[in-house]
Design a protein around this ligand. Structure first.
Ligand code: F3S
Length: 395
């Protein structure tokens, strides 16, 4: 891989061991993928920062690589293991509190914003179409490539950190226009109506294709929440990090491919995917919403659907601090809390150690959450629309 003289100096350790290690990571990845060179990035988004997931090994790595480093670009971070503004004692013991706080203070000292969200594009880290960035978090990367038209591979924790330190990433994969070409045209025999349908549809496409780039044409242009749900479902079920969505993906950020194979998706395919997430409503003792983190519109919609009613089971909704503040100003947090809805910031039911709570079965409107609640926490899950949840679990 070609390196500038400056990059060679970094690799030789002239700017300290942390920058050297970061450069080694980028060069190793670049060489594996035959990248021609490094490319400057406009921003980074770091995933893999929940202590529940990365434990002491991850903490030590973050500590070591950021010791004398300052991030070169606008850097946001993914959710952590608990709501740091109001830690829930059921999720957070003293050790978790200390270790997670240490990770957070290291990252903030290195220049990360106090973001703690998987929807950085809703809180100001929203790169312009065509920009190169280095983002972790599969749902955010897929939204970025498919909706914003910016360019990122699906970075892991270490590679996104290294990119934030150097301000560059290897030029390969979805950074190259020739790689941003659909391989399969999805024809839909169904019309998604609710956000959860988009989530399940994305998940179904992911299960069927597993890799490549699908081209999708919806009968109406989806709204932001629907696109967010579709991208998260797609990425959770596959290695896919981009979809070309007619009328949404900015022209000029992908290559046309007239020779695409066609795949039909019909009601049956969705029902097959749904079978994994069909726990009986009678057994549900917990509702989780906000995967990816809820937008203000989604919080407002929940408030509208639950008007005059109270939750029958524990209901948790995750969002970012930024959206929470907006909802608080509008009085919606107060309204929802009086109905028994807990709005949490900085975290979510998947990156938090939810196993510590005595929960058997969960209802959610997100196929991604359903997938990981089963996989990571071993819970039984029911995937429902938020409208169905409001009807079934509020009186
Ligand atoms: Fe976000 Fe947690 Fe879902 S990080 S995408 S809410 S699994």
């Amino acid at each position: 891989m070609y390196l500038t003289r400056e990059e060679e100096k970094i690799l030789a350790g002239e700017y300290g061991p942390e920058a050297e290690l970061a450069m080694k990571i980028l060069v190793s990845i670049g060489e594996v993928f035959n990248a021609e060179r490094l490319v400057p990035i406009a921003s980074a988004h770091l995933s893999g920062i929940s202590y529940d997931n990365i434990r002491d090994e991850g903490l030590q790595f973050i500590k070591m690589i950021t010791k004398n480093s300052h991030f070169k670009v606008n850097t946001t971070v993914n959710p952590v293991a608990f709501d740091m503004t109001s830690p829930d004692p059921r999720l957070c013991d003293q050790k978790m509190l200390e270790k997670q706080s240490e990770i957070v203070s290291i990252l903030l000292k290195a220049g990360a914003g106090e973001s703690f969200t998987c929807t950085p594009y809703l809180i100001g880290n929203s790169p312009a179409s065509g920009c190169h960035v280095a983002w972790g978090e599969s749902s955010a990367v897929t939204f970025l490539n498919s909706v914003l038209g910016a360019k990122s591979n699906r970075e892991g924790g270490p590679s996104a950190l290294a990119a934030a330190i150097i301000g560059k990433t290897p030029l390969y994969g979805l950074h190259l226009i020739e790689e941003r070409k659909a391989s399969v045209r999805i024809t839909l025999e169904i019309v998604p109506r609710e956000t959860s349908h988009y989530s399940l549809l994305g998940y179904t496409v992911g299960v069927l294709l597993r890799k490549g780039i699908p081209y999708v044409e919806f009968s109406k242009t989806p709204c932001l929440s629907e696109l967010k749900a579709f991208c998260a479902g797609l990425a959770a079920a596959s290695n896919i990090s981009m979809s070309i969505i007619k009328g949404v993906t900015p022209p000029g950020t992908y290559r046309e491919n007239p020779l695409m194979e066609r795949v039909h998706i019909e009601e049956n395919d969705l029902e097959n995917a749904l079978q994994k997430f069909s726990e009986s409503e009678r057994n549900i003792d917990f509702v989780f919403l906000g995967c990816p983190h809820y937008s203000l519109d989604e919080i407002m919609y929940l408030a509208e659907l639950t008007e005059g009613r109270k939750a029958l089971v524990e209901v948790m909704v995750s969002t970012s601090r930024y959206i929470y503040r907006k909802a608080l100003k509008l009085g919606i947090i107060d309204i929802l809390e009086k109905r028994g809805v807990k709005i949490i910031r900085d975290t979510c039911a998947i990156v938090a150690p939810l196993k510590r709570m005595d929960i058997r079965s969960v209802a959610t409107d997100s196929a991604k959450a359903a997938h990981y609640l089963r996989l990571k926490h071993g819970m039984r899950v029911r995937l429902m629309s938020v409208r169905e949840i409001a009807t079934e679990f509020f009186r």
